[in-house]
Write a new protein. Structure first.
Length: 372
């Protein structure tokens, strides 16, 4: 309750809570309520919600949630007050801003690759078969053998951790033979690599009917959420006691993952996966993940559209955004930008143009502030 920045997902929760209340702060401005008092109302709303969680089973109140909800409302107020000045500037300034927005988008793409890169420590590694982890259901399965590259692996502390680490980072083939257990309602670990602090850095196992590969990312070590790689439907035809053979191998920026006769390559992260580091739902349908990825890229393209003018600078901005989406991913270890995310970028730019037309027809200032 008293902790503000703590836990394995500390910054992911903080960012999510800030973004949750930012629209409330902006809405209050456009409703004529600006200042300390409206932000205090947002604080009271968040505090009441958190206090209610003291009597709701399975929920815990959090000072962090209240803090970042309040900051989000304040940030939304500031953004709304400055919106008119920044969103409808003079044409020369707008064109330069479109170039700045495209540059920021390219930087975000690069940072996404950096945060989603594997973070395997140089400390000693330990391997466990079907471990009993407190935060995950126990998988009643039996691992018969594991090998990475040419090195056979056994449970316990690995004597050749440095070599195994290099093989994991290089995407060397990891092969697992096991006897399947009963289906699990969420991710159940079949094998797990741990570092010296007993943190899971590489975990493989079933999640309902999917095969999940969860490799610790740099973002997760900094308190962001941990997306995973899934071979969907891999366990659909697998029964308890069946022999399963799993193979995972790096392929460029992605992975080839197979379970018995089911195989899929090109699994990994693209520039649209940045949203998953803030809040990653694990059991949504595949189309929802694809839609959110396209929306993320489209959201980064909206400012370029809002500030696009009939000037060479804006044409350069559009070209810069397109080049960043095409050239940055292979440089930072991400998959090539898929067609759906290109579509999201075009749609986002179009939405920005539409917003530009609406904003230029609105009154010069938002409704007068009353502070009440």
């Amino acid at each position: 309750m008293s902790c503000i920045i703590c836990g394995s997902r500390a910054w992911a929760d903080a960012i999510a809570n800030l973004l949750l209340y930012a629209p409330l702060g902006a809405a209050l401005v456009w409703n004529g309520r600006v200042g300390v008092k409206p932000v205090f109302y947002a604080f009271l709303l968040s505090a009441c919600i958190e206090l209610a969680q003291t009597v709701i089973p399975g929920r815990d109140p959090s000072l962090s949630d209240v803090t970042f909800n309040t900051l989000g409302a304040a940030a939304g107020q500031v953004a709304a007050l400055l919106a008119r000045r920044w969103l409808v500037p003079e044409n020369p300034i707008a064109a330069r801003l479109s170039l700045a927005a495209a540059t920021v988008a390219g930087a975000v793409f690069a940072i996404t690759g950096s945060l989603l890169a594997p973070a395997i420590p140089t400390t000693a590694l330990t391997l466990w078969y079907a471990p009993d982890l407190p935060e995950l259901p126990w998988l009643h399965a039996r691992v018969l053998g594991t090998r990475i590259g040419t090195i056979p692996l056994h449970t316990g502390r690995l004597t050749d951790s440095i070599a195994v680490r290099q093989l994991l980072l290089s995407g060397a083939p990891l092969e697992i033979t096991a006897t399947a257990g009963q289906p699990v309602p969420s991710l159940g670990p079949l094998i797990a690599f741990e570092n010296a602090d007993q943190d899971q850095i590489y975990l493989i196992g079933p999640d309902r009917r999917d095969l999940v590969v969860r490799l610790l990312t740099r973002g997760a070590t900094w308190g962001l959420d941990q997306p995973d790689i899934r071979l969907r439907g891999a366990f659909t035809s697998i029964g308890t006691g069946d022999t399963i053979r799993i193979a995972i191998q790096g392929q460029g920026a992605g992975y080839c993952v197979s379970l018995n006769s089911i195989q899929r390559c090109g699994l990994g992260y693209s520039i649209g996966a940045a949203w998953a580091m803030v809040l990653y739902p694990r059991h949504w349908p595949p189309w929802a993940y694809a839609l959110l990825g396209a929306m993320w890229v489209g959201g980064l393209a909206i400012p370029v559209g809002v500030w696009t003018r009939r000037r060479a600078t804006s044409l350069l901005a559009i070209a810069l955004f397109a080049c960043a989406a095409a050239l940055v991913p292979p440089l930072v270890g991400l998959l090539a930008t898929p067609l759906r995310e290109w579509g999201g970028a075009v749609l986002g730019w179009g939405v920005g143009l539409g917003l530009q037309g609406v904003l230029r027809r609105r009154p010069a200032e938002p409704p007068s502030a009353t502070g009440s």
